[in-house]
Ligand binder design. Structure first.
Ligand code: NAP
Length: 225
């Protein structure tokens, strides 16, 4: 049975990914700050293991994961912190906390988990179209979008560093999907997709991209935003 570890699974796209992978026969380790919520929607599915962790504490998250499993085939960095605030009001603490969750956490969780990732496994970062150079930008999203830009470059760098171990590293730069995060960014707009459909795309990419794709960021977007 292949094993997938997914962060940020209490709601939105992460929740839909957990359900898709579990129904497809993967053993799914769902990382969340709220295990109770995951257990409720998992509804006893034998393939879903909920781990209550604060991913921002890398060491304890890595220890908890390694206690439970000895092999990861797919590691999906889906969790993200979001802030919508004008440049003039953004504080050091705002930026520090978003960069911690969106940039440093995927970096250091990957560093601590690659030891248990075999050849042909992959790290998949869920990024944002706003983090792609040249895409349309929106007021208030400077910290969030730039954190995703950093994540995209980390993906390129790690793909090179992990090439010898045959661990593949890619990012999907998502366009809009109807979740709590989208509502916080664009309260008056409708998103281009539902989280179930976005999750399907991510699932298909995850199971089909190795060994054809490595070190790439793909925009998955049809409109702005
Ligand atoms: N929705 C969109 O339009 C859109 C567009 C572009 C990119 N994305 C990306 O898609 C991914 C999923 O987003 P979503 O739209 O599904 O968002 P969401 O519904 O707001 O869910 C985000 C998840 O991230 C975790 N999270 C939130 N803040 C966190 C923090 N400070 N520290 C640790 N974990 C935190 C939560 O996990 P737990 O509560 O389980 O811990 C939550 O389930 C994110 O990487 C996001 O940047 C989304």
């Amino acid at each position: 049975m292949k094993t997938v570890v997914i962060s940020g699974t209490s709601r939105g796209i992460g929740k839909e990914l957990v359900l898709l992978f579990a129904h497809a026969g993967f053993e799914v380790y769902a990382l969340s700050r709220n295990k109770r919520v995951v257990l409720a929607y998992a509804d006893g599915h034998p393939n879903i293991k909920a781990l209550e962790v604060d991913i921002n504490n890398w060491d304890s998250t890595i220890t908890s994961i390694k206690k439970e499993l000895t092999k990861i085939d797919i590691l999906i960095h889906n969790a993200a912190a979001f802030i919508n605030k004008p440049f003039s009001e953004m504080s050091y603490e705002d930026m520090q906390s978003v960069y911690h969750t969106n940039v440093m956490t995927p970096y250091f969780l990957s560093q601590g988990l690659v030891q248990i990732m075999p050849a042909a496994s992959q790290i998949l970062a869920i990024s944002s179209i706003g983090g792609v150079g040249g895409s349309i930008k929106f007021p208030g999203l400077s910290v969030y979008s730039s954190s995703k830009g950093a994540l995209n470059i980390i993906v390129e760098c790690l793909a090179e560093e992990l090439r010898d171990r045959e661990i593949f590293v890619n990012a999907l730069a998502l366009g809009s999907s109807e979740t709590e995060m989208f509502k916080a960014a664009f309260p008056d707009l409708a998103a281009a997709s539902q989280p179930q459909d976005m999750a399907k795309y991510i699932y298909n990419f995850a199971i089909n991209s190795v060994p054809l794709v490595n070190g790439k960021t793909f925009p998955i977007s049809s409109q702005n935003p």
